[in-house]
Design a protein around this ligand. Structure first.
Ligand SMILES: [Zn+2]
Ligand SMILES: [Zn+2]
Length: 357
């Protein structure tokens, strides 16, 4: 009898749903490792091992994952998956739902080339499954050593690699090249101009000196916003409102440090006025622990005439679906879809980043 379900796809789906629900990393990893271990088996061996109970002899496969595989091979939806699907309901209201539906891509994501947890291919496939037309790969810049920021040489390697991955991805989807470049203390950007000019999208963020005094931080941000290479100003205030999801490490997270962080102090009206003047988009960062900018600042950026990018800042595939959190906050602040740059097609987006003054 023909097999009704693909057990590997079921395991990957479970990993995705767990990750999206912000569950502990070790749980996600259990399913993803099992999927990887089993992907190498022939269908005959898989069926035989499931039949005689020897799946768990394979490294990376435990009792729970083996049970899922057995159920899947029997043509049933695994019980573990069924429970996850039954409880995944999201409570977006109509406006947030419409905004989410209007998004065609994500402009801020990380891979295991810097501090993300998954290969570029895996992130891209998850984005395809979500229905995105593009995802911008924005790994960190050199000075952010704690997040394994990419040197100019490694970024060049990544560009070649992305070109290869793109060639193998489904028609109608592409990875756009990019960077989350550090805004340095003097407001300059932490990567060669020639490379910044070559990338499809440049997100710039402050990751250091977040407690600097107001006038210094304002000068720093104004200089960055006026830089013609900068397309999107990332997580504007740098605040952390709750602990980071388990397993996600990155700038500002050094284990023993406090898990919340106050907003940095700067003249928001001046910065948003500059964003509007230079047509630099303000990011609405969807990460649950960031929720940055806070709603009062989203409203001010909207009044200033800024464009927005609703991004996930995903460091793992399941986090790519966190855009709905950003949409919820954008909708509450009355951000219309036509002010959001990732409602554009990849072509429109890249035309905008390259034509900006
Ligand atoms: Zn960042
Ligand atoms: Zn980031």
């Amino acid at each position: 009898m023909a097999r009704a379900r693909d057990p590997i796809a079921d395991l990957r789906r479970i990993a995705f749903l767990l990750e999206r629900a912000n569950e502990a990393t070790y749980r996600v990893r259990a399913f993803r490792s099992a999927a990887k271990a089993l992907a190498g088996l022939s269908s005959a061996e898989l069926t035989e091992r499931a039949g005689n109970g020897t799946l768990t002899e394979l490294a990376g496969v435990g009792d729970v994952t083996a049970r899922c595989v057995a159920e899947s091979l029997a043509g049933e939806e695994p019980v573990y998956l069924r429970r996850l699907v039954a409880t995944e309901g999201s409570d977006l209201d109509a406006e947030a739902t419409a905004l989410r539906a209007a998004l065609r891509g994500d402009c801020h994501t990380h891979s295991d080339w810097s501090d993300g947890g998954s290969p570029i291919e895996e992130m891209a496939l998850a984005a395809v499954e979500l229905g995105h037309e593009y995802v911008v790969l924005t790994d960190h810049s050199p000075r952010l050593t704690v997040a394994r920021g990419l040197t100019a040489a490694r970024l060049r390697q990544q560009l070649d690699h992305v070109a290869q991955v793109n060639a193998a991805l489904p028609e109608g989807f592409r990875i756009l090249t990019g960077i989350e470049v550090d805004i340095l203390a003097d407001g300059s950007l932490d990567q060669d101009d020639e490379l910044l000019a070559r990338l499809d999208v440049v997100v710039g963020s402050v990751h250091s000196g977040l407690k600097d005094e107001r006038s210094k931080m304002t000068r720093r941000m104004l200089k960055a916003v006026a830089n013609p290479h900068l397309d999107i100003l990332g997580h504007v205030t740098g605040r952390m409102v709750s602990s980071r999801p388990a397993g996600v490490t990155g700038p500002g997270d050094r284990g023993h440090r406090a898990r919340t962080r106050a907003e940095s102090d700067f003249d928001a009206d001046a910065v948003f006025a500059a964003c509007a003047e230079h047509d630099t988009a303000v990011e609405i960062n969807s990460r649950p622990e960031r929720q940055d900018p806070p709603k009062r600042l989203i409203r001010r950026a909207l009044e200033a005439g800024c464009r927005f990018a609703i991004n996930t800042d995903a460091h793992a595939p399941g986090q790519l679906d966190w855009q709905r959190f950003g949409c919820e906050r954008a909708a509450l602040c009355g951000v219309p879809a036509d002010r959001v740059i990732n409602t554009w097609s990849a072509e429109q987006l890249v035309a905008w980043t390259h034509d900006r003054p």
